[in-house]
Write a protein that binds this ligand. Structure first.
Ligand SMILES: [Zn+2]
Ligand SMILES: [Zn+2]
Length: 185
């Protein structure tokens, strides 16, 4: 379970770690959660840690990434907007434990025993390596087409072009025009 550390909310914030333009409220909550997680880590481990740089420019299916050598966290703004609670409760502590493990132990396995122990000890989280996120919006849904060779997945962008009759796609191997597999939504 993730404890939001009510008693620490009143402490003064450290110097700004984000040099972005205006953050939306979800992003501000993440910046504050990062600070709360660091304060908890420092209290429990009895030492200071440098605060990471934070940005919200991560694309694709990952919720967040930790860049160990440069002490930086990147978060996915699309997934954050859709899953703010999962970010606060899971994604932020997960990524911070990567940075802390590097600060404490140097290069270790990304989800190895050092990282797992920090997840459990500091944040009371089960050390699972995946987030329970709905990634449909960024998952790159595909649509099945076929030619003589078999089934060919097309991206939604290409599928829409075919549907609007702007273009057709041919298989490079058999040169047949790809046609939609029937019976799919
Ligand atoms: Zn990880
Ligand atoms: Zn073909």
């Amino acid at each position: 379970m993730f404890r939001p550390l009510q008693s620490l909310f009143a402490q003064p914030r450290h110097k700004k770690t984000v040099s972005q333009d205006a953050l939306n409220s979800d992003q501000q909550a993440i910046v504050e959660t990062v600070e709360d997680c660091y304060l908890l880590a420092e209290t429990q481990l009895g030492r200071r840690f440098p605060r990471p740089e934070i940005n919200f420019k991560l694309r694709g299916k990952s919720a967040g990434t930790a860049h160990l050598q440069i002490n930086k966290l990147r978060f996915n703004p699309v997934l954050l907007a859709e899953n703010p609670q999962v970010f606060i409760q899971q994604v932020v502590p997960h990524e911070i434990c990567h940075l802390l493990a590097y600060q404490l132990y140097g290069r270790v396995k990304p989800h190895g025993k050092e990282w797992q122990a920090l997840m459990v000890k500091l944040y009371g989280l089960s050390p699972s390596t995946t987030h329970s996120l709905n990634t449909d919006s960024v998952a790159g849904k595909t649509y099945n087409y076929r030619c003589q060779c078999g089934v060919v997945p097309l991206s939604i962008r290409r599928h829409n072009k075919v549907q609007r009759q702007q273009t057709q796609y041919r298989c490079r191997r058999c040169n047949e025009t790809l046609s939609r597999v029937q019976g799919e939504s």
